[in-house]
Design a protein around this ligand. Structure first.
Ligand SMILES: Cc1ncc(COP(=O)(O)O)c(C=O)c1O
Length: 432
């Protein structure tokens, strides 16, 4: 049981969240190790152990820290990184290079060199210029790189437009145009520095309907058949991306992984059988679903502003700086007063952040027990894209992260100090 209520307090993986707030201060991210492990095991059971020649690469953009990458490796998942910083963290966590794949729509030369030096297992090429860069680096270093091409499969996704990526008008991926895609594939097949593995797509995030994954998979499968016929080349790998939705509010439908993966595997296997193709390795890249529901955020209620007949605002000691998602794409959250967890709701309040932006509203019109300054507000499902997207806007420090497991708590990211916020700033002599 990750979430429990005891003695009027919210407990998270065995830890009293009110005590956590006292000990470590707020704002605080709290991640349940048990919940993360449960998700990894769900992927083990519904995919890795169920099908041959498949892998799960955790999309670490959702939450990338040394400790999290240690858990991911221990639980038998591979890793997806999208920047030099994420890769650097993986290297520092001793994440095995061959289990890392490197995504990103504008990888710099330095990032590509770093990936090639470390020997990452796959580079997912996102644009046609990237292949030349990789070839040049490999030639210079007298080595080779294993690559896939990310395509835009031109499918429309039912999620917020800001988190949909598979449509033609997207900055991600190589378009399906004949004159663009096939020459670059031909190049990859012929280039001595390149081991061409296959095709990748990622169509969007927070999806609860499998139809777009299936539509995109049909496109990718059609492409590997075409590659086989045109170039007499057998594609070795297909990457179907991530995007599996989670529960933020009671309106969200969380589907089991098998709902997406079983039809995808059935489609892939039947297509390959029908066309006499060897079924390629299948890789998926979930981020959000591995960590979102494992995490909560704790904030202390400060100023309360009651506008009778209009709205009651209760401000927290963080907000868009530790969770930009409501401001960025109207994401909805649920939460409770962690120190009044058994009390009945008596009023409707809007939980507002402390940043100087009117859009800094964490939860609008939520029912809570009588709210007072000093109460601890716990927001659920903040494990993905919360800490990962945190900023120093208004020079607010990035909060600490504690990892909890069966009553034990460990700080895995210390709270940033004011000194650390300004550590890279300099006053030029002309201003002294
Ligand atoms: C290339 C790629 N793979 C995987 C993911 C992870 O998606 P999600 O967190 O929705 O599972 C993303 C998210 O943006 C992505 O861009």
């Amino acid at each position: 049981m990750i979430k429990e209520v005891k003695n009027n307090h919210l407990f998270w993986d065995g830890c009293d969240t009110v005590e956590l707030a006292k000990t470590y201060g707020t704002p605080l991210y709290v991640i349940s190790e048990t919940a993360v492990v449960n998700e990894c095991q769900a992927f083990q059971q519904s995919f890795i152990q169920k099908y041959e020649n498949v892998r799960v690469a955790y999309a670490s953009k959702a939450f990338n820290t040394l400790a999290m990458l240690k858990i991911i490796e221990r639980e038998g998942l591979c890793l997806d990184v999208v920047s030099g910083g994420e890769l650097f963290t993986a290297i520092k966590a001793d994440f095995p290079a061959e289990h890392i794949e490197f995504n990103g729509n504008n990888k710099s030369i330095e990032e590509l060199e770093m990936a090639i030096d470390y020997g990452v297992g796959r580079i997912i090429v996102d644009g046609i210029q990237e292949i030349e860069l990789i070839r040049a680096i490999c030639r210079q270093k007298d080595t080779t790189a294993n690559i896939l091409f990310r395509i835009t499969p031109e499918v429309n996704v039912s999620t917020h437009e800001f988190i949909s990526t598979g449509q033609k008008d997207s900055k991600f991926g190589i378009p399906l145009d004949e004159e663009i895609l096939f020459p670059v594939i031909q190049q990859a097949i012929d280039a001595p520095e390149i081991n061409f593995y296959g095709i990748h797509f990622h169509i969007g995030s927070q999806l609860s309907d499998n139809s777009t994954h299936l539509a995109a998979a049909r496109v990718a499968l059609g492409l590997i058949l075409e590659i086989n016929q045109r170039f007499d080349y057998t594609v070795k790998e297909l990457n179907y991306g991530g995007g599996f939705g989670v529960t933020y509010t009671k309106d969200d439908i969380r589907q089991p992984y098998s709902y997406f993966l079983d039809p995808l595997m059935a489609l892939t296997e039947s297509f390959c059988r029908e066309h006499g193709l060897t079924r390629p390795a299948i890789v998926i890249e979930p981020g959000r679903s591995v960590v979102a529901e494992a995490g909560i955020s704790l904030h202390t209620i400060g100023a309360i502003k009651d506008l009778p007949g209009i709205r009651k605002y209760a401000s927290i000691d963080g907000g868009m700086t530790d969770n930009i998602r409501p401001g960025l794409y109207q994401a909805q959250y649920e939460g409770i007063l962690a120190n009044k967890a058994e009390e009945t709701a008596t009023e409707t309040v809007t939980i507002s952040g402390k940043a100087c932006e009117s859009t800094d509203i964490l939860v609008k019109d939520i029912q809570v027990p009588t709210i007072e300054s000093g109460d601890i507000f716990a927001t659920f499902a903040t494990g993905a894209y919360g800490y990962a997207m945190a900023s120093n806007y208004n020079k607010l420090p990035i909060p600490a992260v504690v990892l909890v497991k069966e009553g034990q708590a460990d700080v895995i990211v210390a709270r940033q100090s004011y000194e650390q916020i300004i550590q890279n700033e300099r006053i030029p002599d002309t201003l002294k």
